[in-house]
Design a protein around this ligand. Structure first.
Ligand code: SAM
Ligand code: SF4
Length: 456
């Protein structure tokens, strides 16, 4: 089959197949390469399922694949460099094997797809995050893949015990440092019945825990007609048979409201974990980041969450070395961490992203200083996690077993998580525990993980 060169124009343009794309044969194998956030992981899972349904075989590495889908990230420069490196390798391979097909999705896909096509000639298809249906339609139109195998249905596929479902795309916030709104567009929520159908499909395939994803998940449903609310979505998902645990992320401190907090406390499948990125602990820095809350408001929100949801774990993201951040302002972030006692902190050095507001400001904290601040922050957080996890010594925790860990042959272990998302290792004395929830007595703790034994 020869793929005819064709330029697709749609409004809005979600995909692009550059002119001159030719193939001698249809691909039989594919690989999806993923970098970045959980939204990318969820979208890559959806790409994998869709391509399998169209008869392609998934292969574990890029080398053996005839179609490679790169799911990219540009939130930080380090991720962008890895995407560029991988595209370079694929371009090299394509010179030897012109039949190789490459598709690029994720946040690297810029608004002007024609410019992208000229800059990255090794890419055959571009598709925006959330535009999987357009991509599949394009593949079918070009006879790269056939329509889905009806008979194949869902048989033969299994989900991991814990998996992701994206409930909305995009972000309307435009924090000054962030590329996401430029690449993922405005907020668009998926209707409740679509999300519930996805969750039902995942649980039928064996998933026990679902994490609902959105950049500002607290905004879920504002754009729907009639309007909805994340609490309403979670109530509907909560009813799905077979689902045992429900997580959600990411919340925004400005938008997390009482209705949502009350729903987390009321619905038993929603676990006691709230991811609430604070980004900085200084009001001047927060204002320059355009985060729309103050330290005082953040602390009051955490207090309310803790008062309403007993035993809740609160985790966060922090950027160090943002434009103009002084040593004193950075210390305010350490003070805030001290006041909150986060269960986990994801820290990143500020990295200017072309096209964002702060990219035009002076990136005046030297790289070594950013890294030094991040190390200090991580040392402090390690102490906090040591203390918080030590409190769990000798307690019995409800652990959902995800899989087994086999890198130590002399000590086979099960790997699972508590409701508060703490990693627990349990000696593998019993078989067939994957997907089961077991009571585990914690016998050893560290800042990063817990060791447990089944409490019989
Ligand atoms: N929507 C979430 C929120 O409001 O915090 C976060 C989404 S963002 C894709 C994930 C994390 O990447 C952010 O929490 C932030 O810490 C980090 N991040 C985003 N832009 C960054 C930048 N320019 N430099 C360093 N870290 C960045
Ligand atoms: Fe980026 Fe801010 Fe939107 Fe989060 S809320 S995705 S940090 S713009």
């Amino acid at each position: 089959m020869l793929l005819q060169p064709q330029r697709l124009v749609r409004e809005p343009r979600e995909t692009r197949a550059p002119e001159g794309v030719r193939r001698a044969a249809t691909p039989r194998t594919f690989h999806v390469w993923t970098i970045g956030c959980q939204m990318n992981v969820a979208e890559s899972d959806a790409v994998t399922t869709a391509l399998r349904q169209r008869g392609l075989t998934h292969v574990p590495s890029m080398e053996g694949a005839e179609l490679v889908v790169l799911n990219s990230c540009t939130v930080r420069e380090s991720a962008e460099q890895r995407v560029q490196g991988t595209l370079g390798n694929l371009a090299h391979r394509k010179r030897e094997d012109p039949g190789l097909m490459v598709a690029l999705t994720g946040c690297s896909v810029e608004p002007d797809l024609d410019v992208m096509g000229q800059r990255l000639p090794m890419v055959d298809f571009f598709f925006r995050p959330g535009a999987l249906d357009h991509f599949l339609a394009e593949l079918e139109a070009h006879e790269v893949v056939a329509a889905p195998h009806e008979a194949m249905g869902l048989r033969g596929y299994s989900s991991p015990v814990s998996t992701y479902v994206s409930v909305m795309q995009g972000c309307n916030k435009f924090c000054t440092y962030c590329i996401v709104p430029y690449r993922r567009g405005r907020e668009v929520s998926r209707p409740i019945d679509e999300v519930v159908a996805d969750v039902r499909m995942m649980t039928r395939r064996g998933a026990k825990e679902i994490t609902l994803l959105g950049q500002i998940i607290d905004h879920y449903g504002r754009d729907l007609s009639p309007k909805s609310h994340l609490a309403e979505l979670m109530e509907a998902v909560h009813e799905v048979e077979g689902l045992e645990r429900l997580r959600f992320m990411t919340s925004h401190p400005r938008d997390m409201d009482d209705r949502l907090i009350e729903a987390i406390a009321r619905l038993p499948k929603i676990v006691e974990t709230v991811h609430l990125p604070v980004q900085a602990g200084d009001d001047v820095v927060l204002r320059r980041m355009r985060r729309q809350y103050t330290v005082e408001r953040y602390l009051a929100l955490v207090e309310k969450i803790r008062a309403t949801i007993p035993g809740v774990a609160v985790t966060t993201d922090i950027i160090v070395g943002f434009c103009g951040e002084t040593e004193e302002q950075f210390r305010h972030t350490l003070d805030l961490m001290d006041a909150v006692q986060f269960d986990v902190v994801h820290a990143a050095c500020y990295s200017p992203r072309h096209g964002t507001v702060s990219a035009s400001w002076d990136d005046d904290v030297p790289q070594e200083e950013k890294e030094e601040r991040r190390r200090r922050l991580e040392r402090q957080q390690e102490e906090t996690q040591t203390r918080l996890n030590a409190r769990l010594q000798d307690t019995v925790q409800e652990v959902l077993i995800e899989d087994s860990q086999s890198h130590r042959q002399d000590l086979p272990q099960w790997r699972g998580r508590t409701r508060t998302n703490k990693l627990v290792f349990i000696p593998r004395e019993d078989e067939g525990l994957a997907g089961r929830t077991v009571p585990a007595r914690i016998i050893k703790t560290s800042p990063w993980a817990l060791q447990g034994v089944i409490d019989r």
